[in-house]
Ligand binder design. Structure first.
Ligand SMILES: [Zn+2]
Length: 127
């Protein structure tokens, strides 16, 4: 086996693994480096995990809209490719178009009805 002991100085996650591979109990500085690396990994993973449930709700309009657009593109491709069931595909196509139009309108309304930035110190004084 090639000697790689010099590659990772003690106090690094790599050296911790080297201890383990060698069947040793890692030294204190290597254990600390290992814990630190794990903690950083955990922190890096947390925001992504927390974001998952929000997306899985299926209530986020942007997701549904994107999926409807994708389905529309797929339906158009199926029609263009001459797939069987043309009348069904065309019905599905117009259903998706209606759906997307409604969802886009909803999104626009949400944007427009969102209250503008408030708490400007000038508002009270101007009146
Ligand atoms: Zn060590």
């Amino acid at each position: 086996m090639t000697e790689t002991a010099g590659l990772f100085p003690h106090g690094t996650p790599g050296a911790y693994k080297r201890h383990q591979r060698a069947g040793e109990d890692p030294c204190e500085v290597c254990k600390r480096a290992h814990r630190e690396a794990q903690r950083k990994r955990d922190q890096a993973g947390r925001p992504a995990l927390a974001a998952v449930p929000a997306q899985d709700d299926g209530v986020a309009p942007i997701d549904r809209l994107e999926r409807a657009r994708w389905a529309l593109t797929a339906t158009e491709a199926a029609i263009a490719a001459g797939r069987p069931g043309l009348s069904g595909l065309i019905r599905e196509h117009s259903r998706l178009v209606d759906l997307i139009v409604v969802m886009e309108e909803q999104q626009r309304e949400e944007r427009e009805t969102r209250p503008p930035a408030q708490d400007s110190p000038w508002d009270a004084d101007a009146i």
